[in-house]
Design a protein around this ligand. Structure first.
Ligand SMILES: [Zn+2]
Length: 324
């Protein structure tokens, strides 16, 4: 299939701990083609770059289009030169990703964090379009966020601003994967929902029988099991979902009080799977947050779904397209 367009096209990549999504996006944020695959099991940097290149080739060959620049959102902490300082998900440290990709691609490369790319996508082309004060909260396996304040992306002193998943919602609470206890992520992240579900099933073995049977064993109970059982009307799963919604709302109350956004976008795999969480948050937050903070507040589910980081990364790469 060959496509034509007059608009400058860029490549956008969403690189996570297990998958790489590569897409072609035009200058209006339109996703023209996307290719999704798993990364090599070794996660070695050179092997993953080959995985990215394979995705790029599929996109270009299938569409017959040409890309002017390349943007990538990677699950990692980065410096300003596009070096991956550390990525617990990929197991990388001090890897010069931008340089390596520029050499392979022969294109200008923009490197950013995956959550920031997704925030940018939702801001420019999703639910945050035209809004100057916006917070995006992504609830997936982990919980990440992005803050746009007065039309600027909040970066912080060492480029780690917007780590909303690690705000404390319960002092001395559940152990997080960061050094802290009681973080929002330690209650509503996919891994934390799995842990909470497993503990509950262990305590309430009669009520937890359906989830245990569905998963096959206690250690296989995940947030997906909880969601599936919830869809079947399981009472314990419903209690877990409602409890998750209340924890999420507690985090959102602090976020809207702190940043006073016009729009609060909820996205990520957990929210996509259990959109009822958005409803629970919308019910609770207006009663718990400061009146001024919720006066004009809209709470919505992300519009771009799993493609937000691909679209955002490609859109950030548009800044590298030379006008000719
Ligand atoms: Zn934490």
């Amino acid at each position: 299939m060959s496509q034509t367009t007059d608009k400058p096209i860029t490549l956008g990549v969403d690189l996570g701990g297990t998958k790489v999504n590569v897409g072609l996006v035009d200058s209006d944020g339109e996703l023209l083609f996307v290719h999704k695959s798993l990364i090599s099991a070794s996660k070695e940097p050179e092997a993953v770059i080959d995985d990215i290149m394979a995705g790029v080739n599929v996109c270009l060959n299938e569409t017959g289009l040409e890309a002017k620049a390349f943007g990538i959102g990677v699950a990692a902490q980065l410096d300003n030169e596009g070096v991956v300082l550390s990525s617990p998900n990929l197991g990388w440290r001090n890897f010069p990703l931008k340089k390596k990709l520029e050499k392979k691609l022969g294109l200008p490369v923009f490197v950013t964090n995956d959550v920031r790319a997704a925030t940018w996508g939702e801001w420019r082309y999703g639910e945050g379009k035209g809004v100057n004060d916006l917070v995006v909260l992504f609830v997936g396996t982990g919980v990440g966020g992005g803050v746009i304040s007065g039309g600027n992306v909040l970066t912080g002193c060492s480029n780690s601003g917007g780590e909303l998943g690690h705000m404390t919602i319960v002092s001395g609470g559940r152990k997080c994967r960061c050094p802290n206890k009681g973080c929002l992520e330690a209650y509503v992240g996919g891994w934390a929902i799995a842990e909470r579900a497993q503990e509950t099933i262990r305590t309430l073995s009669v009520e937890g029988k359906r989830m245990l049977t569905m998963a096959g064993s206690l250690k296989n109970v995940t947030s997906v099991t909880v969601n599936q059982a919830y869809r079947q009307g399981d009472l314990l799963a419903r209690l877990l979902v409602e409890e998750t919604g209340r924890y999420l709302a507690a985090g959102v109350v602090s976020i809207v009080n702190a940043f006073n956004p016009c729009v609060l976008v909820l996205g990520g795999g957990v929210v996509e799977g259990i959109p009822e969480l958005v409803t629970i948050v919308k019910d609770i937050v207006p009663d718990m947050a400061l009146e001024a903070a919720v006066d004009n507040l809209k709470i919505v589910k992300a519009a771009l779904g799993g493609d937000a980081a691909v679209i955002g990364a490609a859109s950030l790469a548009q800044s590298l397209v030379t006008k000719s």
